[in-house]
Write a protein that binds this ligand. Structure first.
Ligand code: MTE
Ligand code: MOS
Length: 779
């Protein structure tokens, strides 16, 4: 286990000394565990609150003929039934394209699509009436397209194909001494946030609306509600104190629920809450895109990749949603940590009659990088080399050889993959354990062990330049206490804690002096989604900017009062230091108030130096890269296919950590979440009806505490970010999700131990017991 962290026991004790860079408890930790943390369903209900439930399409594809409104309206407790026709504005909540009806109109696109909304006096009655969807909806059934493969065969896409090519892959493939090709697939993944989708809309005076929404993107919710209502944005206030997890699932897909609650509240002039049941959440919302791959690779006898060509086919579901940026990120991460001299990638966004897939931690990056990891593993096995060696030989170099250019034209300038891997190999005793495992396997006919190391290189920034901006507000009250508000949202990742640390550091006060408040479209306007792991990079810098403006005004006053120059005034230890003397921060603040000095400020930040040509897929989309590597050891029962991780060693790069405790938490959480995707989380749609049969925890299994590695050693690679990020830290939210690729490849390693030399087992992901048995049978 990890060594215990230095956590302050009592947050009320004034904390002197550095705030940034130290392990601090999550600002809501005590509230989370005591149940005091307010999630949206915990907000005291206003008098007259009504409850909404959605009636879902019973068919994967069809023409909507009619809805028996009379039947629905006469159900007990029902106050209103709303359909697509009730939206005064646009019946659409597509985040990028306008191809996402809020409620079905004309056609039925997937089994589970919301067709009507029941508004009733209580939630149970609303759900019961909504449950009559099967009898209330008349439709003409059409043939559904249920798999990406089938859609690809029909060239049925939500977006035009994307191509990213460097060099002459076809010519180099033909010339390469060795060639391999194959097909492979990885399944999707359900976000499984513990708090399901929820919105609570309260009508305000003069055609205004307050919406409490569990969302990663309050500004977009505001815009989409306004569009659906035919309003101006200033009529809609969206607020989110925290989410019980988002993981990408509440970046765009909170909109449908927000729009329905908003419409109902406005039409009925009553507060309306829409909290979706878990099964409905599964049936209605999309998740991580499953990907199919068709690949070809050419290499030499040392395992150097000379050329590669790959088709990446994502299952997008019925609409585009965020599938374009997800595919763009997949294409920009196929290289992972490797120099691919000649490469062609073709991204196809398949349109199917299923839920519309969306953001999920890594945002396509994992699906891109996983492909090259599997390919390199196959290359190594075909050559009879340790896959580690082949990985190292193909790493991006920083030796002036020119092997540092990504296929999309960004130079890898901050490359630390080689030294990071070297350190991990040492601390994890890879070589020694590799020998032990070989010996173990030779003597153990049924139980087999496997070992693998995989690296991560993950680009940080939104691939769309204009999204890389953030705003913040810092208020210093006359008693010296500080409130910070920023455009990011808190979903458990600790963003508010980090931003509060940054502000406390600037003003030289203890962390207990700073409080973060709910994200609110009336405080910071036009915010980007809290996504792409950029939350603390962007909002931390914006809050720092705001705090510095206040600090400057205070420094001028301090110099006037204490003597010396304003530039020499220092803030620290709850005091202001100038001219060899000091004054308590609170005293200076009080004096500033009487001097009529503005004690609050806004702040703003834009990431410098980014450019991106979306048509050519070329430019500098990332401010910097985050790196990491993991070594996983697994045990596989070759009779049952059962498998488990027995030990995992992780070394992960967060630059100079803002808060090591939170960062290690993010690494551990992402590792276990990615491990779930790689080993146990399996989505099954009925092949004929298109019904998602794994729509609840009874059939869809996410890892529990017991599944996390019993021996789990997570360390941070403590080196400042080369880029001028907030206190030289690096984003941490998503990159570590790619670390557990090592688990999948360790399982493959164990399976390979049962076969002849140089065998390359075909193991699909997730590597469930069934998948492992199939791979074993394939020898
Ligand atoms: N951690 C927790 N506890 N809950 C979450 O929902 N979402 C992840 C990651 N870590 C998530 C999380 C995703 S998908 C992203 S993009 C980042 O957090 C977003 O937050 P950040 O930008 O502040 O890191
Ligand atoms: Mo995270 S998938 O960018 O919300």
């Amino acid at each position: 286990m990890n060594k215990p962290l230095d956590l302050p026991v009592d947050a009320a004790v004034p904390q002197v000394g550095p705030v940034v860079g130290t392990s601090r408890v999550h600002e809501s930790a005590a509230l989370h565990v005591s149940g005091e943390a307010t999630y949206i369903d915990d907000i005291a209900e206003a008098q007259g609150t009504l409850h909404a439930a959605l009636g879902l399409s019973p068919v994967a594809h069809g023409r909507l003929l009619s809805i028996d409104l009379a039947l629905l309206k006469k159900q007990p407790g029902v106050v209103a039934v709303l359909t697509a026709l009730d939206f005064p504005g646009e019946n659409n909540c597509g985040p990028l394209l306008h191809d996402d009806p809020i409620l079905a109109e004309g056609d039925l696109r997937y089994l589970g699509q919301p067709v009507f909304a029941i508004i009733a006096t209580d939630r149970e009655l609303a759900r019961r009436a909504a449950g009559l969807a099967k009898s209330a909806i008349q439709f003409e059934a059409l043939e559904p397209v249920l798999t990406a493969e089938a859609a690809h065969a029909l060239s049925q896409y939500v977006l035009p194909p994307m191509h990213l090519t460097r060099g002459e892959p076809q010519a180099e493939l033909a010339r390469a001494p060795y060639r391999l090709d194959g097909e492979w697939a990885v399944g999707g993944q359900e976000q499984f946030y513990l708090e399901g989708q929820i919105s609570y809309a309260l009508p305000q005076e003069n055609r205004g609306l307050l919406v409490h929404c569990s969302t990663q993107h309050p500004s977009e919710m505001q815009q989409l509600i306004a569009k659906a209502m035919g309003w101006q944005a200033h009529q809609v206030q969206v607020q989110c104190r925290r989410m019980g997890g988002g993981f990408g699932g509440k970046e765009s897909q909170s909109a449908l629920f927000a729009c329905v609650a908003a419409l109902a509240a406005t039409k009925l002039r009553r507060p309306v809450k829409l909290r979706v049941d878990r099964d409905d959440d599964f049936q209605i919302t999309g998740r991580r895109h499953g990907f199919d791959y068709r690949w070809q690779v050419g290499f030499d006898d040392a395992g150097h990749i000379l050329a590669a060509e790959v088709d990446l086919i994502s299952n997008c579901g019925h609409s585009a949603d965020l599938s374009a940026p997800v595919m763009a990120r997949a294409l920009c991460h196929f290289d992972n940590a490797y120099w691919l001299p000649h490469v062609a990638m073709h991204g196809y966004c398949a349109k199917t009659n299923t839920q519309s897939n969306t953001a999920f931690r890594g945002f396509g990056g994992p699906q891109g990088a996983l492909a090259i990891e599997m390919i390199i593993d196959s290359v190594a096995r075909r050559l009879g080399l340790d896959p580690l060696l082949v990985r190292q030989r193909n790493f991006y170099k920083s030796d002036g050889s020119g092997q540092d250019m990504t296929p999309y034209g960004q130079r890898v300038e901050d490359n630390i993959i080689q030294p990071l891997t070297d350190r991990l190999l040492e601390t994890s005793e890879y070589a020694k354990r590799r020998e032990e495992i070989t010996a173990f396997n030779a003597a153990s006919p049924v139980l087999k062990k496997g070992l693998a190391l995989t690296p991560v290189k993950f680009g940080i920034s939104f691939n769309v330049v204009h999204l890389n901006q953030a705003g913040a507000l810092v208020h210093v009250y006359t008693d010296g206490s500080v409130l910070v508000n920023h455009g990011g949202t808190e979903m458990g990742q600790g963003l508010n804690t980090k931003v509060a640390q940054v502000v406390a550091h600037e003003l030289g006060v203890g962390l207990n002096q700073v409080r973060a408040s709910a994200t609110d479209t009336q405080k910071v306007a036009n915010t980007s989604a809290t996504a792409a792991s950029t939350g603390s990079d962007l909002n931390g810098k914006a809050a720092q900017d705001a705090a510095r403006k206040i600090k400057q005004r205070l420094a001028t006053l301090a110099a006037k009062l204490l003597g010396g120059a304003a530039e020499d005034v220092r803030f620290g230890g709850d005091h202001v230091h100038a001219n060899g003397t000091r004054m308590p921060f609170t005293e200076l603040v009080s004096k500033a108030y009487f001097e009529r000095i503005q004690l609050w400020s806004d702040g703003f930040y834009t990431t410098p130096g980014l450019h991106w040509d979306r048509a050519k897929l070329q430019g500098k989309p990332f401010y910097y890269y985050a790196y990491g590597a993991a070594v996983a050891e697994v045990l596989v029962d070759t009779l049952t296919g059962e498998n488990r991780v027995t030990r995992a060693d992780v070394l992960h790069d967060v630059g100079q950590s803002l808060n090591p405790a939170l960062d290690i938490g993010q690494v551990e959480g992402a590792f276990v979440q990615g491990m779930g995707w790689m080993t146990m989380e399996e989505l099954v749609w009925h092949p004929k009806t298109g019904m998602l049969s794994t729509h609840a925890p009874s059939t869809y299994k996410i890892p529990t505490a017991n599944d996390s590695p019993p021996d789990f050693r997570v360390a941070l690679y403590d080196q400042p970010n080369r880029a001028d990020s907030i206190h030289r830290s690096k984003a941490v939210g998503e990159p570590p999700l790619l670390l557990p690729f090592a688990v999948l490849l360790a399982i493959k390693d164990a399976v390979a131990a049962t076969g002849p030399a140089r065998c390359d087992p075909h193991l699909r992901a997730p590597a469930t017991a069934e998948a492992v048995l199939d791979a074993l049978a394939g020898h």
